[in-house]
Ligand binder design. Sequence first.
Ligand code: FAD
Length: 501
Amino acid sequence: MNTSTPFNRVVIAGGGTAGWMMAALMSKLLGKQLDIKLVESEEIGTVGVGEATIPALHTFHNLLGINEAEFMAATNATFKLGINFEGWKAPGQDYFHSFGATGNDHWSAGFQHFWLKGMAEGLSKTYTDYNPETVAAFANRFAHLPRNGLNYAYHLDASRYAKFLRAMSEGYGVQRIEGKIARVLKHETDAGAARAGDIAALQMEDGNRIDGDFFIDCTGFRSLLLGEALGVGYEDWSYWLPCDRAVAVQTASVREAWPYTRSIAHPFGWQWRIPLQHRVGNGLVYSSKELSDADAPEVLKRNVEGELLTTPRVIRFTPGQRDKVWERNCVAVGLASGFVEPLESTSIHLIQRSAIRLMQLFPAGGIQQSDMDEFNRQSKRELEHIRDFIVLHYHVNERTDSALWQHVREMDILPTLRHRIDLFRETARVFRPSDELFAEISWVQVMMGQGILPQRYHPVADQMNREELARFLGDIHLKVARIVGALPQHQAYVEQLCAPY
Ligand code: FAD
């Protein structure tokens, strides 16, 4: 479908994290040329979760010119150095997926090869002792370092983040319209062959009609435009990711905020704990076959600490992806485009990627089929890769406490993931195609954390004799201890950073 009609009226439907991230980037880049409107309904509200991020968010903030201290003060944010996976391999066995590099890699072989040789010779400490982010996380310490700093992301208050981005977007000229969308109107056939079937306007409940040339569907799981109005199908991934519910609640902080997300496995799924400056975000992600929606809020309440600040709310979802995320004159961003559970905090990242991608492929003189195809191809590939990484956490488990864990251990996985696991198990090797989000080090941490200990290491590790290897490992360990020992406490550092704001 190619159209040569240039356009300038963009309508963003929905004002959750997706809507306002999209609005902020588009208005900053093209605000002088476009008429951008954002429609949202306070009565419907947002999904109200989505508070853990990954380091790539720095890129988005740099594009927007966001001041970190101002952002952190506005969103009550804390720093995040990684995720602690508790009981995922088996009850009582934890591991940390950190954002930083572990040890020193050689160009021919990652640090894990040298660590494995050290293990065989009784020289290695725990793998994560060679990773500054992990050691700092457990010591509850954080600071920005002048050179080779810690690699970090944020925990943030999602509703405050949307408000923060709203103020910025309105500053760049975005017009916000409050109200409920009643219907999505399409061009009739007499609009001309090229536009027939495209979205023409949003009909609001109050009678207002919002016309546009290009529409961005950020209406969350409802997907009112792409899914409902344009009828784009949805690929269901429940076979690999059987959790289909979440229940969330906020609690008052009863201890200093720790600089990492906690992900705690349960027989029915898992639980998150996300510490902000002023409160903690909590939730269960579960399979409705293992836990009922009636029982879930009670189970969650029993597994949190601190006074409840909200009423637990059950959220239903189907893991998967829209068959296309750009169809006709509509692109879906955020939950409207697809969803995999928040185990690796990837959804806000995917919003950011969609926003950047749309700016890169922004249709100037009209919509080109090749732009749409490229957008759809990149989006599909990106989410499939993340799905496989999340499936890895489930699949390689030794838990025996529910049918859920048994199913995910015994299920057929896709050949690409099977190959990665086999390659690592047999040779300790991992390779990252350039278009994938998670780097080799992420795969190594999760595979070893879930219990895959490689059978061999690269011969380059045998270039070192025992003494050399002991010195190599000892030096890294000492350096990590020295870096972390000089860091202040995380909470104190956050308070000091946010103080002027
Ligand atoms: P929503 O927040 O649902 O916003 C939809 C918007 O559309 C709202 O403004 C609503 O008012 C509007 N709308 C809908 N219908 C209408 C209508 N008829 N008329 C007018 N307006 C309408 N992501 C992470 O990166 N990290 C996490 O830790 C994380 N945790 C999560 C935990 C859970 C349980 C879930 C479900 C998701 C999580 N996510 C996480 C994902 C994250 O929450 C979302 O990606 C993010 O909030 C974006 O949501 P959204 O803006 O697409 O949808």
